[in-house]
Design a protein around this ligand. Structure first.
Ligand SMILES: C[S@@+](CC[C@H](N)C(=O)[O-])C[C@H]1O[C@@H](n2cnc3c(N)ncnc32)[C@H](O)[C@@H]1O
Length: 273
């Protein structure tokens, strides 16, 4: 594993070649899809919409957009599309691309959605603006990323020690940074979007629930980097894993902040979803 500024998601952590990585992404999706899809429905996604799902992962949101919301098309972009369903519903098109590449220009869309992607990119601020620029007039940008509400003064339990070490490890190895996520609404306003709003969801940590399994798996995959922070040793990680399967750990999971904003209608007759 490289250190410094060179590391990237999918190369220096969370490599798609690693056994079970698709399952790990699906565990996250299980914990958050209900909230994501409720928001997308409330925003009016439906027939006639052409959608872009950036960093689509296993494609659960793309599939929902087509099969439940009835949108007209979804372009699912990921730097590695191997986890997208092979039995793709009609209208789902997969594109393998690095969204940070200067020539990434997949078209214009009524919905541009990215969940748990920009927090892993060092160029997150530029990417917020870039994704907003891919909207048709009247289109909506919907961005979700992680927030950790555990305060720095929260008790140093096995869980909080490992979770803090994990964020530090991800920052050092692949550049993950969630410190700016609560400021999303300001960035969307800065980029000229209107009717900006945001909501937060913190799912419960339940023994053997999808979220507990997601974090246990994430810690296992980043164990070396977590240890390299010097904040915790092997036995500390084991104690934190025990806490994740205990009904009495009182741990607060990181949550998901979703922010959305609309591109103004500039011209009469331009498409509005
Ligand atoms: C944590 S997963 C989230 C997957 C999905 N959005 C979800 O919420 O279930 C992050 C995804 O973003 C993709 N990704 C990371 N960096 C990327 C980049 N620079 N360009 C395209 N995709 C990227 C990864 O391959 C991975 O599928």
């Amino acid at each position: 594993m490289r250190h410094g500024d060179a590391g990237r998601y999918g190369e220096d952590a969370f490599r798609p070649e690693e056994t079970g990585e698709a399952h790990r992404i699906d565990l996250g999706a299980l914990a958050y899809d209900e909230v994501t899809t409720a928001r997308l429905r409330a925003l009016g996604t439906g027939p006639g919409w052409h959608c872009l799902d950036v960093g689509a992962g296993t494609g659960t949101v793309a599939r929902w957009l087509l099969e439940s919301a009835g949108v007209s098309s979804v372009l699912a972009v990921d730097r590695d599309t191997r986890f997208l369903p092979v039995d793709r519903p009609p209208g789902l098109v997969a594109q393998t691309a690095d969204i940070t590449a200067p020539d990434f220009d997949p078209g214009r869309f009524h919905l541009v959605h990215a969940r748990f992607v920009l927090m892993h990119l060092r160029s997150w601020r530029r990417m917020i603006a870039r994704l907003g620029s891919l909207l048709v007039p009247g289109g909506v940008l919907v961005l979700s990323d992680a927030v950790d509400l555990t305060t720095s003064s929260a008790p140093a339990t096995p869980y909080t020690v490992v979770m803090r070490a994990m964020w530090q490890a991800l920052r050092q190895t692949i550049g993950t940074d969630i410190s700016w996520v609560p400021d999303y609404p300001y960035f969307l306003l800065e980029d000229g979007l209107h009717s900006v709003a945001a909501e937060i969801h913190v799912p419960p940590l339940l023994p053997n629930g999808p979220l507990n399994r997601f974090w246990a798996d994430t810690w296992e995959r980043t164990r070396c980097a977590i240890l390299a922070t010097g904040q915790v040793d092997e036995s500390g990680i084991e104690r934190a894993l025990d806490a994740l399967s205990s009904p009495d750990s009182a741990a607060l999971s990181p949550g998901m902040l979703t922010t959305w904003g609309w591109k103004p209608q500039h011209t009469a007759g331009s498409p509005h979803p």
